[in-house]
Design a protein around this ligand. Sequence first.
Ligand code: ADP
Length: 395
Amino acid sequence: MSNDILVINCGSSSLKFALINPQTQEALLTGLAEKLGHADAYVTVKQDGAKETASLSHQPDHAGAMHAIIATLKARNLFDQVAAVGHRVVHGGENFKASTLIDDAVIAEIEGCAKLAPLHNPANLLGIRTAIECFPTLKQVVVFDTAFHQTMPEHAYLYAVPMSLYREHGLRRYGFHGTSHRYVSAEAAKVLGLPLDNSAIVVAHLGNGASAAAILNGKSVDTTMGLTPLEGLVMGTRSGDIDPGAHAYIGAQLGLDLDGVTDLLNKQSGLLGLSELSNDCREIEDAAAEGHAGALLALNVFCYRLAKQIAALTVSLGRLDALVFTGGIGENSSIIRAKVIEQLGFLGLTLDASANDAAIRGKAGKISGATGPAALVVNTNEELMIALDTAALTA
Ligand code: ADP
């Protein structure tokens, strides 16, 4: 019987996919097409631990990737099991407060949000259009990174700028990583035996991009990212919060226009800019262990800013039941988790050092000591959340 969900996460030059059984919550097949738009594009498919790579040079674009996915599903007798397709879309603006079935009006609204995410939404739309062409009989669903944060109150999402910018141009804080924050906060409540509708949780999603969110009774009430995914925490190559006055200063000093400054803050800053070594947290930790001054500095700024933002987010919760770490860094870096929890000791947080050291490479669990708010590691699973939403909306 066909009841599996094909999950598509389409970027400008990549297409990530997974076939997920929403009942068993198992990923039957996962894959990634890379370098789309370049002659040497290729696709990697993983099933049962075995990995296969194939060139896409005959059609090195998104349609070529989608055809390769269909071919591999057919070759593995999985094609007829696909019941629906779920798509990740980065920006849903204020129009989308939840996942939704795709129709022409929804596509037009996603197009309308493209001015808010010019790098992401057009690529997401390309994935949607290609999937509709390739799977014309299947229902398709969109799941937005911004939707979960649509419950933020006005005082959290407004910037203190002329209100006409909000009313006429949609300038406000939207927040991102919503699918991860929603999944991880619900999982954390389950693990801790907390009723989700009476819980106060901060989730720190720390990957190449990083954001923290305050989730009260299962709803997002504040988050560190804003109009764009540049606001908030220190990230791999993104600066996070910076004085808006710095734009003019950097522009004048380096002779850059606004696009140039924005590019510098997005691509040359964060861990990379501070360490002058790498944007990759593993490399930074290895170098710091050998005494590399830039790496040590990058870790210190990263952890301090994270702790400061987590403390700030507790204002919107009024209390803290749990602090949850997720994402590549959150799920693996016991060093960063320990440093952050230590700096948040005044909130009552304590660390179980051996549980913290053990919570790496897929091993999740509680890492806090006997007293104070819980601290834990949860492995995020955005693909599963997309599959579950898609199954629910197409049932
Ligand atoms: P993305 O935001 O692209 O999904 P990920 O969630 O995969 O990113 O996170 C990537 C980050 O996780 C990188 O900075 C990487 O160095 C870091 N990371 C992965 N494994 C470890 C580890 N064992 N220790 C520290 N950092 C790690």
